[in-house]
Design a protein around this ligand. Structure first.
Ligand SMILES: [Zn+2]
Length: 290
């Protein structure tokens, strides 16, 4: 028995563990199903080298590629009241939050805020984290957007938002719906200060997020292939009892129908955003290249 538990079991565990690590280094592209090496994928900002599919990317993967020399300050998120409705479905809402924070880092939420320089000028960027409860918008996300808006106004900087969300956070009920109004107020603060507010629609931007801050941009940029819509395709199809056209709710479809101003490859995002903000801030062209 001792020999089995002390010698055989650890050997077996080591074998299994090694296999898991090796597997984790590879990822299958959800579009073309080619195998992608993790390190290559990270270097390519989660863009498939075979079919150019833009995979979902967390805020920590995005920020270094947007700010000058990858230098930025990530802001601590304001505290909000936890689970005021004492909500429970299969699990307690507080347990879901704990799990998500254990996975994504202590103090994290479905949105992260960072500031730094872009093209030599101050910029404030808020990025949704779809990996945190589907990027759902609760009170914390509302606070994040207010924080970002206040920072932008304080620093006379443009505000750029990358939404990726399933919509409002149902565990917060009416309080999550109130964030539609709160985030719209946050956006209006930036606009009243005469500063640009740019939205980069990423996969997926849906529900209450589409119904609020994600559709209020001065310019709407989208990533290729991103799903952008309010309610899901099946719900719409069942309601209007008509078959929807192919590619419905894709970034390309929304571009063709005037909902999106431009579709930009992730690798060209930083320079495009610098160009757009420089134009809107009426800065000389040289500044954009700096
Ligand atoms: Zn692919």
């Amino acid at each position: 028995m001792n020999w089995l538990t002390n010698f055989v079991r650890p050997k077996l565990r080591a074998l299994v563990a090694r296999k898991e690590t090796a597997e984790n280094l590879w990822l299958k592209c959800p579009k073309c199903e080619q195998m992608l090496f993790h390190r290559d994928l990270d270097a390519a900002q989660q863009v498939c080298s075979h079919c150019d599919h833009h995979l979902r990317i967390p805020p920590a993967g995005r920020f270094p590629h947007l700010f000058d020399e990858g230098i930025f300050e990530r802001h601590a998120l304001p505290k909000v009241q936890l689970d005021p409705l004492k909500f429970r479905d299969q699990k307690r809402y507080t347990d879901r939050l704990k799990e998500a924070q254990a996975k994504n880092g202590a103090g994290s939420e479905a949105m992260a805020v960072a500031s730094g320089k872009m093209g030599g000028h101050a910029a404030v960027i808020a990025v949704s984290d779809f990996g945190f409860m589907g990027g759902s918008m609760g009170m914390a996300v509302g606070e994040c957007l207010l924080l970002a808006a206040n920072l932008a106004v304080e620093r006379k900087a443009p505000m750029i938002v990358f939404p990726a969300s399933g919509g409002a956070r149902m565990q917060e009920g009416i309080l999550s719906l109130m964030q539609l109004a709160r985030t719209s107020i946050a956006v209006s603060r930036v606009k009243e200060a005469g500063l640009p507010y740019i939205v980069v629609l990423t996969d997926p931007t849906t529900g209450g997020v589409t119904a609020s801050f994600a559709m209020l941009g001065d310019i709407h940029v989208a990533e290729p292939g991103a799903l952008i819509g309010f309610s899901g395709q099946r719900v719409i199809q069942d309601t209007i009892r008509e078959t929807l056209p192919p590619g419905f709710q894709s970034a390309e479809y929304q571009f063709d129908h005037g909902m999106v101003d431009t579709i930009v490859h992730r690798h060209a995002m930083r320079e495009t955003l610098i160009r757009i903000t420089s134009l809107l801030m009426k800065r000389p062209a040289q500044a954009a290249a700096a």
